[in-house]
Write a protein that binds this ligand. Structure first.
Ligand SMILES: NC(=O)c1ccc[n+]([C@@H]2O[C@H](COP(=O)([O-])OP(=O)(O)OC[C@H]3O[C@@H](n4cnc5c(N)ncnc54)[C@H](OP(=O)(O)O)[C@@H]3O)[C@@H](O)[C@H]2O)c1
Length: 306
């Protein structure tokens, strides 16, 4: 048998339970992976609460987890990319918070030998979102990028990617995270009243691009005051304000090529994955509470099997 996190009704963290299930069978093109570590994201929390019911409804019993790292232990028909025993990382849809997960083989990449499991399991979702967003906004060398919620899962990767692509970064965070933001290579700015003038002080030459991962009206309104070109302002979290302020809503495009770029950057040392907290599968409700509180620095991770 295999253990998996599921919920059978929308609600608070206590609706999450661990159940024993038959290990899932990989379909054509899929691999089954023994999960070593899997990231917990705001999406997992929002889906469990029912916030995503209109566009990503739960199918009860619903699992969780969109990113993981682990060891391939069964191949579906036609899989040529990996062999049993390979260490991999990548995305899956709602099955990663479990001892076994299924994933499309062509979405996965080899895990670098020196990369800790927790970091490997937390790279792909936030990493691919940050990469997709900065690419969609055409961030280039010499530009100044403002990133709202720069110390979260997506923001932390976005800051480092923008730096690696030659941009200067101003990032918003509470003061307790300013040293962390400086370590990532950004100039920190506190969010809240007076945000616009603080960003102007931090970026006297102006801002060329904005990526919003905070999703607040404050962040989006400030962005439009700072940058008249609305097509260079994108949000991944503030869909409800995007139309009113005329800015772009950005999604995530997953591909192994994108993931390979992130892994290569990791191997050069230009990209770190900061792990804020690690929980066991049995502590999944606490992991959700940590993410739900909204102040994760980097990533929260569940460990699967030893
Ligand atoms: N569209 C997509 O494809 C997609 C994909 C992934 C994520 N998302 C969404 O993007 C958002 C960010 O995801 P994430 O994984 O990065 O979240 P996260 O890791 O939970 O973000 C936590 C960070 O948010 C910061 N923060 C909290 N309140 C803030 C505020 N009012 N202004 C600025 N920063 C604030 C915190 O900094 P302090 O602790 O310093 O306050 C903390 O570091 C979520 O809403 C998520 O659902 C969308």
């Amino acid at each position: 048998m295999s253990r998996a996190v599921v919920f059978e009704e929308y609600g608070g963290p206590d609706v999450l339970k661990i159940v024993d299930v038959e290990p899932p069978k990989p379909g054509p093109g899929q691999v089954r992976v023994r999960v070593k570590a899997a990231g917990v994201q705001p999406f997992d929390v929002k889906q469990r609460r029912g916030d995503t019911a209109s566009w990503a409804p739960a199918t009860f019993p619903q699992g969780g987890g969109s990113e993981f790292a682990g060891v391939v232990d069964e191949l579906g028909e036609g899989v040529r990319e990996f062999a049993v025993g390979d260490s991999v990382l990548g995305p899956t849809s709602g099955t990663a918070h479990a001892e076994h997960a299924l994933a499309k083989a062509t979405n996965l990449v080899p895990k670098p030998g020196g990369m800790p499991w927790e970091e490997a399991g937390a790279l792909s979702a936030s990493g691919q979102t940050a990469h997709t967003a900065l690419q969609a906004l055409s961030v280039g060398a010499g530009e100044t990028v403002l990133i709202h919620a720069a110390t979260g899962g997506v923001g932390s990767v976005a800051v480092q990617l923008a730096r690696a692509w030659g941009a200067t970064v101003v990032g918003t965070a509470s003061e307790r995270n300013h040293d962390y933001l400086r370590e990532l290579g950004a100039t920190p700015v506190t969010y809240g009243d007076g945000l616009v003038s603080r960003v102007r002080d931090a970026a006297p030459g102006g801002v060329d691009v904005v990526l919003d991962a905070a999703g607040t009206e404050e962040a989006i309104q400030a962005s439009t005051e700072l940058l008249p070109e609305r097509e260079r302002i994108g949000t991944i979290a503030g869909q409800e304000y995007a139309e009113r302020y005329g800015i772009r809503v950005l999604g995530t495009e997953r591909s192994a090529e994108r993931l390979v770029q992130l892994v290569e950057l990791y191997e050069t040392g230009a990209l770190r994955v900061r792990i804020d907290a690690v929980f066991s599968l049995d502590e999944v409700a606490d992991a959700h509470r940590a993410v739900e509180a909204g102040h994760v620095r980097g990533k929260v991770v569940l460990t699967g099997t030893a």
